[in-house]
Design a protein around this ligand. Structure first.
Ligand SMILES: Nc1ncnc2c1ncn2[C@@H]1O[C@H](COP(=O)(O)OP(=O)(O)OP(=O)(O)O)[C@@H](O)[C@H]1O
Ligand SMILES: [Mg+2]
Length: 241
C-alpha cells in the first residue's frame, strides 16, 4: 500500500532521513519509533507532501506520490494527525471536523457535511461535545479531535504522530481501544509514531526503528525492543518522554 525507497531528506547540513526503505501492507498496524530528533515526524511530512525528499521515492497504491502537494495526498487517501495539535480553538468540535469534510471530501456545507462530521465525532467519543468550543477541551479530548479531523478526509491509510503523548495511563488505554475500534469500523491501515512503547506492544504487529535518520531495526515489537542497537539508541539519548 505504501512504499518508501531510499528516502532522503536534508535540512541544510543535517540529514534528517538517510536512505530509508519501508513498506506497509494493507490492513497492517505498523509502529515507528526512535529517539527524539530521529526523523519520525520528518518521514510523515515527506509521505504527506509537506516536504519533498532530496532523494528516493514514495509510492502509494503503486502511484508515485513523491513531492505531491499535501491536499492531493490527503484526497488520494492518506490522513495524518499532527504531533502538536492545532485545532481552530474558537470553533466548535463539529465545525473543526466539518472543515476537513468540506475540503477533504469536496462536499458543500449542509446537512450532509454536518452529519458526516457528527459521525466522526461519535466514532472518537466526542459526539456529546459537538457544540463545545475546542479551547475548552482537555489534551486527551484534543487528541481525539485530531483523530476525527484526520479521518475527515476519508483516508485508507492513517498516520498517527504521538497521539498518546501527554496522556495518563488510563487515557492511553482508552486511546488504544479507540484506535482498534476505528480500524475495525473503517478498515484502516495504520502507521503509528509513539514513544509510549507499551502502547505499541499492544497494538502493532511490526515496528520500524529510526536513529539519526537511519532505519536500524524492523520486526515484531518484542524482538525490536530487545534489539541491542535499539536499546543503545534509547539509552544513549536524553529521552524525556
Ligand atoms: N523544518 C526543519 N528545519 C530544520 N531542521 C528540521 C526541520 N524539521 C525537523 N528538523 C530536524 O530534523 C531532525 C528530525 O526531526 P523530527 O522532527 O523528524 O524528529 P522526531 O523523530 O519526530 O523527534 P520527536 O520524537 O522529538 O518528535 C531533527 O534534528 C530536527 O531538528
Ligand atoms: Mg516528532
Amino acid at each position: 500500500m505504501l512504499r518508501g525507497q531510499q528516502v532522503t531528506k536534508r535540512f541544510g547540513g543535517l540529514t534528517a532521513l538517510n536512505r530509508v526503505d519501508f513498506a506497509i501492507e494493507p490492513g497492517q498496524i505498523v509502529g515507528l519509533i526512535g529517539p527524539n530528533g530521529s526523523g519520525k515526524t520528518t518521514l510523515f511530512n515527506v509521505i504527506t507532501g509537506f516536504y519533498r525528499p532530496e532523494e528516493g521515492r514514495i509510492l502509494f497504491d503503486g502511484h508515485d506520490i513523491t513531492g505531491a502537494r499535501p491536499h492531493i495526498v490527503a484526497r488520494m487517501g492518506i490522513g495524518r494527525t499532527f504531533q502538536i495539535v492545532q485545532p481552530f480553538q474558537n470553533m466548535t468540535a463539529l465545525e473543526n471536523v466539518e472543515i476537513g469534510v468540506l475540503y477533504g471530501q469536496g462536499l458543500s456545507h449542509g446537512s450532509e457535511s454536518q452529519a458526516r462530521a457528527q459521525e466522526l465525532l461519535d466514532l472518537v467519543g466526542l459526539g456529546h461535545q459537538r457544540h463545545t468550543p475546542v479551547r475548552n477541551f482537555t489534551l486527551a479530548e484534543k487528541k481525539r479531535l485530531e483523530i476525527a479531523r484526520a479521518l475527515s478526509v476519508r483516508p485508507r491509510l492513517l498516520l498517527l504522530d504521538e497521539v498518546f503523548a501527554g496522556l495518563n495511563p488510563g487515557e492511553v488505554k482508552q486511546a488504544i481501544e479507540l484506535i482498534f475500534h476505528i480500524r475495525r469500523e473503517l478498515g484502516l491501515t495504520l502507521l503509528i509514531v509513539e514513544h509510549v512503547l507499551g502502547a505499541l506492544r499492544d497494538t502493532c504487529e511490526r515496528v520500524i526503528v529510526l536513529n539519526y535518520g537511519q532505519k536500524i531495526a524492523e520486526g515484531p515489537p518484542e524482538e525490536v525492543f530487545n534489539h541491542p542497537e535499539v536499546i543503545a539508541a534509547y539509552l544513549g539519548s536524553n529521552e524525556t518522554h
